[in-house]
Design a protein around this ligand. Structure first.
Ligand SMILES: NC(=O)c1ccc[n+]([C@@H]2O[C@H](COP(=O)([O-])OP(=O)(O)OC[C@H]3O[C@@H](n4cnc5c(N)ncnc54)[C@H](O)[C@@H]3O)[C@@H](O)[C@H]2O)c1
Length: 268
C-alpha cells in the first residue's frame, strides 16, 4: 500500500494539461508533488498554484531526468512516477520532417524508458512504488495523420505490459492509462465532434485513483476498453472503410492554423 498522504510523487510534463490535472489531484490527496517540465516557467506557475515543487526536466535526456529525480528525493524516496510528458504532431507521415518524427518518439517513448530506468531500481530495492505510463487510445487504435504518435503510444503500451510482468512480486506496480481525446492544447484545432472527449480533471483523478487500485490498464472512458480487440479483429480494409465514415477519407480533421501556437511551443 502507498498512502498518498505524504507520498512523494513526480509528474513529467506537469506544467499544463493532463499532467497539471494529475499533479493537482495528487497534491489534493496529500502527496508531495514534483512537477518536471521542459517549460520551467509554466511548471513553476502551476506548482505555486497547486502547492507543488517544480524543476526543469527534458525527459529525452537521461542526465536531466536523473537530476529531476534527485531533486524530488529531497522530499523523501520517490513513491510514484507519472510518465506523462508527450507531444502529438498531425499530418500525413511523408509531410512531416524526419527529425521531428524521431523527436516525437524520443519524448513519447524515450521519456518513458528513461523514467522507468531511473526510478525503478530504487522502488524495487525498497519493495514499494508505483509507475503510471500515460499512453492513449492511440495505443489501441491507429489513425492516419497520426502515424508516429500512434506508433509511440503502441510502444508505450507494449513496453508497459512487458515491464509490468517483470515487476510481478517486487511490490512495485505499473499502470498504463489510455485516455480518449482530452481538451488540452495538444488537441487544439482537432475536430473532436465524433469522438468521446474528456476534461483533463477527469483523467487526473483517474490517474490518482490508480495508486489505490493498481490496475494494469485503465481506459478512460472505461467502455472503450474493447477497442483494441476491434482494431485487431476486423480485416484492415473493412476497418479503414468504417473509419472513413467517422474521420473522412484523409487525415484532415484538424486545422493546422488553429494548432499553430501548440506547434510553435513543441518545436521550441
Ligand atoms: N490531449 C489528449 O487528447 C490526450 C489523449 C490521450 C493521451 N494523451 C497523452 O497525455 C500526455 C499529456 O498530454 P496533454 O494533452 O496534457 O499535452 P499538453 O501539451 O497540454 O502538456 C504536455 C506537457 O509536456 C511538456 N513536455 C513536452 N515535451 C517535454 C519534454 N521533452 N520533457 C518534459 N516535458 C515536456 C510540455 O511542456 C507540456 O507542459 C501526453 O503523453 C499525451 O500523448 C493526451
Amino acid at each position: 500500500m502507498i498512502r498518498l498522504d505524504g507520498a512523494v510523487a513526480c509528474v513529467t510534463g506537469g506544467a499544463r494539461g493532463i499532467g497539471r490535472a494529475t499533479a493537482g489531484a495528487l497534491a489534493a490527496r496529500g502527496a508531495q508533488v514534483w512537477i518536471g517540465d521542459i517549460d520551467l516557467a509554466a511548471a513553476q506557475e502551476t506548482a505555486a498554484e497547486i502547492g507543488a515543487h517544480a524543476a526543469h526536466l527534458d525527459v529525452t535526456a537521461p542526465g536531466s531526468f536523473a537530476e529531476f529525480l534527485i531533486a524530488a528525493a529531497t522530499s523523501g524516496p520517490v513513491d510514484i512516477l507519472v510518465n506523462n510528458a508527450g507531444i502529438m504532431r498531425l499530418a500525413p507521415f511523408l509531410d512531416l520532417d524526419l527529425a521531428g518524427h524521431h523527436r516525437e518518439m524520443a519524448i513519447n517513448v524515450g521519456g518513458v524508458i528513461n523514467g522507468m530506468s531511473l526510478a525503478l531500481p530504487g522502488m524495487v530495492a525498497r519493495g514499494q512504488g508505483h509507475i503510471v505510463n500515460v499512453a492513449s487510445m492511440a495505443a489501441k487504435v491507429t489513425t492516419p495523420g497520426a502515424a508516429v504518435y500512434c506508433a509511440s503510444k503502441f510502444a508505450v503500451g507494449a513496453l508497459s505490459r512487458a515491464v509490468r510482468a517483470e515487476l510481478a512480486g517486487t511490490g512495485v506496480t505499473l499502470t498504463t492509462v489510455m485516455p480518449a481525446a482530452v481538451h488540452t492544447e495538444l488537441t487544439s484545432g482537432v475536430n473532436l465532434k465524433l469522438q468521446p472527449t474528456l476534461q483533463p480533471r477527469e483523467v487526473g483523478e483517474a490517474i490518482a485513483d490508480t495508486v489505490r487500485h493498481r490496475r494494469s490498464e485503465v481506459t478512460i472512458p472505461r467502455w472503450l476498453a474493447p477497442m483494441g480487440t476491434v482494431e485487431q479483429g476486423i480485416p484492415e480494409t473493412a476497418l479503414r472503410a468504417v473509419k472513413r465514415q467517422f474521420v473522412g477519407r484523409d487525415p484532415g480533421q484538424y486545422d493546422q492554423q488553429q494548432r499553430r501556437s501548440y506547434l510553435d511551443r513543441i518545436q521550441r
